[in-house]
Design a protein around this ligand. Sequence first.
Ligand code: OAD
Length: 481
Amino acid sequence: MFDIQNAQSAFTWWKDLAELLKDVLESLAIIAGSLALIKWFTERHDRATDVLLQLETRFQDPEIQNACHFLEDETEYLTNANVLQMAVRSSANLWPDSELNKKQPARNQSPLERVINTLLVEPAVSTPAPFNLGQLDKLLRFYVVMHGFRKARQIPDAALRTCYRYWLAHYFHTRRPAFRAYVDHFYPTLRNWLATEKAWYKRDLSRPSRFFRAGDFWNTREDCLLSQLRVATEGRVLVIAGAGLSAESGIPTFRDKGGFWQGYDPRELATKRAFERDPAKVWEFYRERRAGVRSHSPNAAHHALVELSLRVRDTNNFLLVTQNVDGYELSAGLNAARVVQIHGDILKTRCSNPKCNYSVRATDQAADDVPGACKNKTCDGILRPDVVWFDEDFRPGDEERVKEFLKAGSCDVVFVIGTSATFDYIADWAFSAVANDGWLIEINPHPSDIARFAHVVFKKPAGKVLPKLMKQLKKGEPKRK
Ligand code: OAD
């Protein structure tokens, strides 16, 4: 028997449920809409997107559109590729020798050169101040330009993907970790896009690109580096060194196989607390290390750094911050005013009483046998090596000198040589020095945390790399008056 009351209540129940579902769906739609809006808004305000949008408007330029037919035909393209590459290089200001940097009369320029000049060489394409993020940004913009050319060839759907393809090729390029780190840091939206494209990129990479491949631009890596080094010798250079610099002199490093901290516990030997507890034990360690320093000498890398310092036109624009306490930079001939021994000087003995200024150079073994009471008659302190221990601040004035140098201007080249950059301040100083257009060059035969931020990584010993660089630098150098 049909029960009308039951049917009515079931109907009301279904109606309520439908209402509820409708409400839920509406709320979900509102949430999804808001999320989409937030996503659009954040992406719209991502710097990469802004740069892209700015440049896109430029591709509407009729002159640019006309000139783009040079790129439509592959043969035409190939003939012009060199010019284009040169323009791209000169745009990044990494290739000062490029032909395009020599001023050419406007009438001699081909339409392609004109478009290149408009897009890449003229300052108009440079994004305004907030976007002026240095060399890597220029590279990023180059990809945007490529994207623009693609777009002008009217492949609208593929255009952005193609742009990403170049970005991706570069983003995952093994020799350009700095680009990846840079994008990750400054372009989080882009990083997310790129990450989702990784699988596609891996599949697609085997298919040769009809246009540029990322590798096209790094074949002359050495030339670029030398150009930048030349720029740096007219500008500012910072060198940050660690134990690896002295490794080829025969001084062990700290954390490598056979390094000091493999055999000893730094807390037992390189802290003020350990010294206060057992000065004799700490002295024994330093006596041994002093003997090591005395029985070895600076190596080819130290001498190459002296040469580099002399190449920098204004001597005030060179600074070497070394974590090494052996003083080999100075014995190789570096001007003391250009060196900060941030972790001290092992061949110096000083009084542990902060109020006493007794200090003496421990030139020979005999000087190591005396540690004990301070020689200053009015002082009751005990003598210690003039090094900076883990639980101590820097020696007065050292950090200030580094900061002063950094404050005076950013560097064109920062070398980070033979350090695991265990201490944050080492990486901080390196990064802040290259903040504005500088190149970070790492020399270290083993993987390090710095490497992924470096523009160039030499995975070789410093004693091999630095003398060779200096030789190459000398070769192409115009005679100085
Ligand atoms: P580490 O021993 O931590 O790192 C040495 C680095 O040098 C490693 O990354 C090696 O791969 C690299 N290396 C080895 N041979 C090299 C070569 N021929 N050319 C270039 N690189 C080479 O030494 P540091 O980073 O200097 O501080 O250590 C920093 C500080 O920790 C030291 O100053 C010391 C130590 O504890 C104090 O004692 C306060």
